[in-house]
Design a protein around this ligand. Structure first.
Ligand code: DX5
Ligand code: ZN
Length: 224
């Protein structure tokens, strides 16, 4: 069976009882923590920041998967440098020279990644793929939890998987946005290596986190 990582979206965790959520996530062995960073410019919202990342990095039980949804990425890399050697991704359309940004991220001690927004294509991402360790296909518009999957985005998962194979590249394919019980089977079958789990699955209101993790593992196992 293919290994598929679970990357819980920490903007959906219980801010008033974060330690309890974190203990459940660590105890159940989730592989990554997805942390959305927004600047109110690239996306019209604000969420988490470097101090929050530092606290989770100091806890140290789960590697970070930091998703920058910000402009002027180069200015901010230093603030996220070296957080336990986790992933640091950004959206290439925010940068004049995105490959330089990938180099700066790698030099900072993080694994470089890119986000592919719903109306940016795999074709556009191709020149950068030899330089990334993670490519995050967004199936909703960046900026908010709780949105519906945008038709046409799911197809990009297998397109990216096929291209990776053809070119012999080495990065993980992550899917972010409306990763729901209904959508997980198709996402896994299409080739997702990591799933960002937010309000559509793990952090569904009034459902216990531990039970949802077990349900997600089972669903993945049936389709990987
Ligand atoms: C944005 C976020 C959201 C969200 C995912 O980058 O990562 O996509 O929290 O969870 P859902 O869509 O299930 O609320
Ligand atoms: Zn995200």
């Amino acid at each position: 069976m293919r290994k598929v990582f679970i990357s819980p979206s920490m903007m959906c965790a219980n801010f008033l009882d974060l330690k309890t959520d974190l203990d459940v996530l660590a105890g159940s062995g989730v592989e990554l923590l997805h942390i959305d960073i927004m600047d109110g410019h690239y996306v019209p919202n604000f969420t988490l920041g470097p101090d929050y990342c530092r606290a989770l990095a100091l806890d140290g039980r789960i590697p970070l998967d930091i998703h920058l949804m910000v402009e002027n990425v180069d200015l901010f890399i230093e603030r996220f440098a070296g957080f336990g050697g986790g992933y640091l991704s950004f959206h290439p359309e925010t940068q004049y020279h995105p490959q330089r940004t990938l180099q700066l991220i790698a030099q900072s001690g993080m694994h470089p990644g890119i986000g592919i927004a719903p109306f940016h294509t795999i074709e556009q991402a191709k020149p950068l793929l030899p330089f990334v360790k993670l490519a995050c296909i967004m199936t909703v518009n960046p900026g908010y939890a709780g949105q519906k999957l945008i038709p046409g985005t799911m197809e990009k998962i297998s397109e990216l998987r096929d291209w990776r194979k053809k070119m012999g590249l080495d990065f993980i394919i992550e899917v972010d946005g409306n990763v729901s019980w209904e959508n997980i089977p198709r996402m896994v079958e299409a080739g997702a290596d990591a799933l960002v789990a937010g309000t559509s699955s793990l952090f569904k209101k009034d459902e216990p986190l531990g039970g949802n993790i077990a349900r997600m593992r089972e669903l993945i196992a049936r389709h990987a």
